[in-house]
Design a protein around this ligand. Structure first.
Ligand SMILES: NC(=O)c1ccc[n+]([C@@H]2O[C@H](COP(=O)([O-])OP(=O)(O)OC[C@H]3O[C@@H](n4cnc5c(N)ncnc54)[C@H](OP(=O)(O)O)[C@@H]3O)[C@@H](O)[C@H]2O)c1
Length: 375
């Protein structure tokens, strides 16, 4: 690109420098190769908006953003300062996916990406269709890859036909689990068994739970710290862990259905159908059964951990397990996640991937990493 600087002859060096900077910025915008639209401007989407304002994302142009009610689009580039607040204050157009895709088309960018930072199942059900239409999809939303098997199969078919699916943020908030698994498989290695702690909130709860405080008190603290969902049953049910287990298992070649994961959640039956407020008022009902399990484990020198496990026959289980102090999961800290992969080549000792498995910044970074990898 060439440009003629229209600088007033009387202007000083400062004006020339400003004009030059403008030209450089225009050139940068014209050469950016990746246009994205962002679905979801909540905790993770908000963190991604911040990252998009950093030099790491200079090649990425945000041309649309939406929450569940409103959206804004600008084919050139959205100024994303205050965008989240504006959408929350209902500034923008009514939600319409077609408008977002039109902004991607009008961007002229070589690489067009839909970033899904929602937990919406209806949106996830569109991923395969979008891939089929030539867009790439980068997602923190587990509802498709960790949902019903036909959805997973449709996704595989769409990926084979050319679209690329960035799913790093769906498991371990961007810990290199899926990428490592794919790399091993591409070298002919195969997953034999998998075991680990896949939930930051459940990791924290059982790393802390030593019987000195009731489980309900720890749960209230975890909720205040933002480690659990506003309704902690989403964490305690084990369903989110099951979705992550399904995603890893399917990527390892085990085409499991949702009904093939045995999920033993922590919410007693009488508390399952309550509204959130009533559930929170009855948290103490969780205490006695867990105290009993904890005491039994302690009497044998063991601890409790909420584990996801896949064995060699493809049997998948999620639930509370008593493990010895020598077990890798007994030595976790804070909200750490842990993924222990035993493969044909990592056979004597598993390959263990461990670290913060939740948090907006690391999750948003995983999304950005997947976007940049498409260039
Ligand atoms: N938080 C973490 O540390 C973390 C880590 C790994 C993965 N994840 C995953 O990342 C995703 C987002 O999590 P989050 O914590 O950011 O959730 P969140 O704070 O609840 O934000 C969700 C966002 O999605 C929007 N949304 C819902 N339906 C939509 C639709 N149909 N179209 C456009 N936007 C829609 C919501 O809009 P409204 O504001 O209008 O409701 C909100 O902006 C989830 O799938 C979660 O499992 C989160």
């Amino acid at each position: 690109m060439s440009a003629v600087l229209d600088v007033d002859a009387t202007a000083g060096a400062t004006s020339v420098a400003t004009a030059l900077r403008t030209v450089v910025a225009a050139e940068a915008a014209a050469t950016t190769t990746i246009a994205i639209v962002l679905l979801g401007t909540g905790v993770v989407g908000g963190a991604l908006l911040k990252l998009l304002n950093t030099p790491a994302a200079v090649s990425v142009r945000l041309v649309g953003a939406a929450n569940s009610r409103r959206q804004q689009t600008v084919a050139a580039s959205l100024a994303n300062r205050n965008l989240r607040e504006q959408l929350n204050n209902s500034q923008g157009d009514a939600r319409d996916n077609a408008g977002l895709l039109a902004a991607l088309d009008a961007s002229g960018a070589a690489v067009k990406v839909i970033v899904d930072a929602t937990a919406s199942a209806p949106l996830a059900s569109r991923h395969a269709e979008w891939l089929g239409r030539g867009y790439h999809v980068v997602t923190a939303n587990k509802a498709l890859a960790g949902g019903e098997l036909p959805g997973w199969r449709a996704l595989q078919a769409a990926v084979v036909n050319g679209g690329r699916y960035g799913d790093s943020a769906t498991v371990g908030a961007g810990l290199p689990v899926l990428s490592t698994l794919r790399r091993l498989r591409s070298c002919g290695d195969a997953l034999l068994t998998l075991e680990g702690v896949f939930s930051g909130s459940l990791s924290w709860l059982f790393n802390q739970y030593d019987g000195s405080r009731p489980f309900s008190a720890l749960l209230s603290e975890a909720r205040k710290l933002g480690y659990t969902e506003p309704d902690p049953r989403s964490d305690l049910s084990g369903e989110d862990v099951a979705r992550k287990l399904l995603i890893i298992a399917r990527n390892a070649g085990f085409a499991l259905g949702t009904d093939e994961v045995d999920v033993q959640g922590l919410v007693p039956e009488p508390l399952r159908a309550l509204d959130t407020e009533s559930f929170l008022a009855r948290l103490e009902e969780l205490d006695e059964p867990l105290a009993k399990l904890h005491a039994q484990a302690k009497s044998r020198g063991n601890v409790l951990r909420f584990l996801a496990r896949l064995n060699q026959r493809g049997r998948a289980r999620v639930g509370l397990v008593e493990v010895p102090l020598t077990h890798p999961a007994a030595r976790l800290y804070g909200t750490d996640n842990q993924f222990a992969l035993t493969t044909t080549r990592y056979n004597t000792q598993p390959l263990v991937i461990q670290g913060p498995g939740a948090g907006p910044e690391v999750t948003a970074q995983a999304l950005l990493g997947d976007v940049l990898a498409l260039a």
